[in-house]
Ligand binder design. Sequence first.
Ligand SMILES: Cc1ncc(COP(=O)(O)O)c(C=O)c1O
Length: 371
Amino acid sequence: MGPTLYQPVEDLETPALLVDIDAMERNIDEYATFADESDVSLRSHVKTHKNAELAALEDEMTDGGGICCQTLGEVETMARNGIDDIYLSYQVIGDRKLDRFCWLSQKVEKLATTVDSDATIDLLQDAAHDHETTADVILEIDVGLHRTGVGPGPAAVALAERVDEAANLEFDGILAYESHVKAEAETESEFDKLCWEAMELAQDVVEDIEAAGISVDEVKVGGTATSGYSGKHPVVTEINPGMYPFNDVGELELRPWEVSKDDCAATVVTTVISVPDDDRLVVDGGSKTFSLDKPQMPVPKNRDDIEYVNASEEHGWIDTSDSDESFAVGDRLEFIVPHVCTTINLHDLIIGIRNDRVEELWEVQARGKVR
Ligand SMILES: Cc1ncc(COP(=O)(O)O)c(C=O)c1O
């Protein structure tokens, strides 16, 4: 039988994905307070957990800031579960998807999507026209990540004008996702400087578009690492972090001055299945339990004397050579997840824990909904 409410954590079958609810609520509160003090909205990115109950909790704790999704499948899951203010931070391409988007936009109170080219604008306009609806549009600006988005300058203004002139599109503003800063900054002052520079580019774009007579009501920016820096710039109206309720080893290593192990709410509890030597053991969580899509390995939650050094699919290899403890088959070890978004995506269920018991069970509802 799967986990049940009020079950003691020590009785859970492993490997099990846990979220410490107290830590999660503290993290959400911290970002919500920052947003409030900085006079920006906080729209949580639910790609991280893909669960509508958590989305509703974030929406409530951030004063109705709404949510972001990265796939239409996520939008559908959230909409079917009562979330009514959604921004799809992704381009909608293909007739079937455009139909789904336009149909959904008539069901959801507020639904916006993203464009960054003539083609994305024209296809969306045609679909919105066919559906006799109006689509809310955000223009994505490339402020340094060099993923999607149009660079600052005349091309960005031309696209804003194209949206503005399209009969069935409503120009809401811009997205300036600055996560290149994560790869470039190593210190707090570098985060501050590079985020500010990216926001200055966004500011230039806003001024250029407004000089063309189009009002830019929304400037959406920020992930978990950058929101607290970029959100201080006056041009920003909204931050869109996703991982912030949970954190992970990536965030812990990136910003040690502000993220501690206590802030890492998402962990996996594993069981020792083999102790082949004095200086190593094997747990029941490998690469099908912890996503290893980034360089980070799982980090032990409550201790520093052992190291997760390698993984095969169902096996986690732990170096115990620095530990004075002797380990036995059946011992339990808890690890902070290396990358929380892709780790949650490996699991069916997130188990919410408080006072060492199961308090919530959140299904990863939009898992696999990549279309
Ligand atoms: C456009 C956009 N906004 C916000 C986020 C959330 O960022 P993070 O996962 O760092 O919290 C992402 C994550 O990929 C994103 O692509």
